[in-house]
Structures are given as C-alpha cells and as structure tokens.
Write a protein that binds this ligand. Sequence first.
Ligand SMILES: Nc1ncnc2c1ncn2[C@@H]1O[C@H](COP(=O)(O)OP(=O)(O)O)[C@@H](O)[C@H]1O
Ligand SMILES: [Mg+2]
Length: 372
Amino acid sequence: MHLSRLLLSHFKNIENADLEFSAGINVLYGDNGEGKTNLLEGIYYLSVCKSSLQVQDKDMIDHNSQEAAFFGEYTTDAGMAEKISCLLTRQGEKIFKRNGKRYEKLSSHVGLIPVVMVSPQDTSLVFGPAEERRKYMNFLLSQTGSDYLQAIQEYNKLLFQRNRLLKQEYLPADVLDALDSSLSSRGDWIHEKRAELCKLLQPHVIHYYELLSAGKEQVGLSYESDLNRENMATQLKKNRQKDINLQYTGTGVQRDDIHFSLGNHALKVCGSQGQQKTYLLALKLAQFSLIRQMKGVAPILLLDDVFDKLDARRVAHLLHLVTKNGFGQIFLTDSNKVRIEEIIHALGGPHSIYRVNGGVFTYEKTTDQSIK
Ligand SMILES: Nc1ncnc2c1ncn2[C@@H]1O[C@H](COP(=O)(O)OP(=O)(O)O)[C@@H](O)[C@H]1O
Ligand SMILES: [Mg+2]
C-alpha cells in the first residue's frame, strides 16, 4: 500500500498542495520551519485520525482558516485505489470518509493504512512518564487489531465510573461488584494483548539494534504491569478496602509501563545519547516489522529529520535496512540538499524530491545525472 496522491487545504502552514508521490522514496527538503514535518503530520493524520505530536485537532487547521481538508489516494499492493478524505472544522467537526462513505466510528479506520513515524519527539518514549509508553502500546495495538481501541475506550470509561463511585459516600456493593467484573475482564484482555506485543517486539528490537550499532550492546524490552502477578479480579478484590480509603483504583493496566534496557541497566539512566537514539530507531523499525508481519502490508514509513541524529555509519546502516527486506514507501525530511542527493544516489530506485518553502512544495528533478 502506498500513498500516490495527497491534497491538503489550509492544513497548518500548507495553504494548498496537490502532490504525487513515488511508491519508493520521497524526499522533502528545506530549511527549518518551512513545512516538512507538517506534511508528514498530514500523512500520519490521514492514517491515525490524530496528530503524532499530541497537538489538538483544531491546531491542525491553518490559524487563519475555519477548516482544513485533506484527501489521500492510496494504491494497494493489488493495484486497487483507496480514497480517504478528512474534514476538520474549528467547531470541532471531524469527518473521515473512505471512498466517499463516511465512517461512523474513527476506530474502524485506524489500522487500514498502517504508518510508522520516526521523529525527534520519540525521545519522550524514553524520558517521558509511563503514560507515553502506554499510549505507544495502545497506538501499536490499535493499528494491528480492530478490537483493541474499543476495549481500551471501554476500560477507561469503566475505570472512570469506578473512581467516581469510590468517591461517593454511599457505595452500593452490588454496583461495585458489577463494575469490577466488567473492568477486570477488559483489563485482563488488554494485559494479555500488551504482554504479547512486548514479547513479539523484543526480538525485533534486539535484531535492529544489533544491525544499527554493529552489535556491541545487548538491549532488552520488558512489560511491567500489576497484572503480571495475578489477574485483575483478584487484585481488585484484595485491594477493595484500600481503594475505598484512597477513593481511586490503585491497580490495573492504567499503571502499566515498558522497561527499556541496555546491558543490565535502564536505557534512560545509563544509555549515552547515541545509544538512546539508536535504541529508539530500532524500536520504530521493530514496530514496522511487527505491523508488516501481523497485517501482511508494509506500513508507510515517515522519517522526520532522522539523519541529523545519527553519525554516517549509522545512517548507512539505516538506509541499507530500509531499502532492503520489504520496506515499502518511505518519506524522509532533511534540511541538507547535498546529503539528500547522496542518499538518493546510494539507494537508487523510484523516488521523488520536493523542495519545501513556506508551506509550498515544488517538485524537483535531481541534478545527479546518474539517477534515473
Ligand atoms: N495551525 C497552523 N497554522 C499556520 N501555520 C502553522 C500552524 N501550525 C504550525 N504552523 C507553522 O508551520 C511551521 C512549522 O512547520 P514544520 O513542518 O514544523 O517545519 P519543518 O520544515 O522545520 O519541519 C511554522 O512556521 C509554524 O508557525
Ligand atoms: Mg521538522
């Protein structure tokens, strides 16, 4: 599956764009603040129905406009067209359509066009609070399985109800019993999915880290959860009095985390900056492989400013990796035209290059005669 054409209107600083892309590598180059990341955000948004940067929907609309519209035309591996459109308004409307038909629930769209974004913001996965890593698991699981998003939404709703109930003076035990039963069945299911995910991710992370770093350090990834010890029903029962005293639910998947390790230590504490960056890249490539393995389609890979973060040897490793072994369509941004041409030259194959200036995208022919 690849994005063959993208139209954006009043999306952030992009007033109007109508762009065609290669099924191979697509390069966006330009100075800082011109709109490279915005374009990747547009592509991401059409797949995931939300920003990759925790930006609110209204901030996706051009400051001076009332609405933003996007349209993406995708070509599946079987050669079929998929047309996805989105309309966002300042009043909070958010309408997604697939081939002209409006989605009733956005959760049914997420996962149709898998996408993996690698961006400088990824460091929040290592340094941010556990919530960031839970969001990461949610994102991945909602891309790979259709029931997950609904389960997590139901879980959060039930958890909210339970916490509200715990704050009430009169607390009917039968209501709490019923809530506990619904909450724990979903909690155990989510736990099972997350545990499975981490188990599947781990070998891929080790594999890519070794390739990217030429195999010096041993890395690991493990899932941390209250429910690793015993199921949620048992814990809710055991902790009921404590929860009543504290007036909130002290156990469950809302407290989950992932532990990233390097050698026997936490990546956050002991990793050098280079090691942390390499780890994150390995994690994203692992994510890519896992989605491809589970869905049988290569996600669209969005690489935002990755080359700035890596030394030449790691760049070479990375490029070698993403152009071999079934990686599909790739979008990459850079501020350095010379480096871009070198990269394209080294890779060969189908590509397109756009120069980005003030939200305007200009298709460029490469000056390198050796590239067809
Ligand atoms: N909602 C918005 N409306 C208009 N301009 C925006 C909006 N959001 C961001 N921008 C502008 O987009 C530009 C940043 O673009 P970005 O894609 O991050 O640049 P880069 O090319 O460095 O990746 C900034 O100039 C910023 O002011
Ligand atoms: Mg940028």
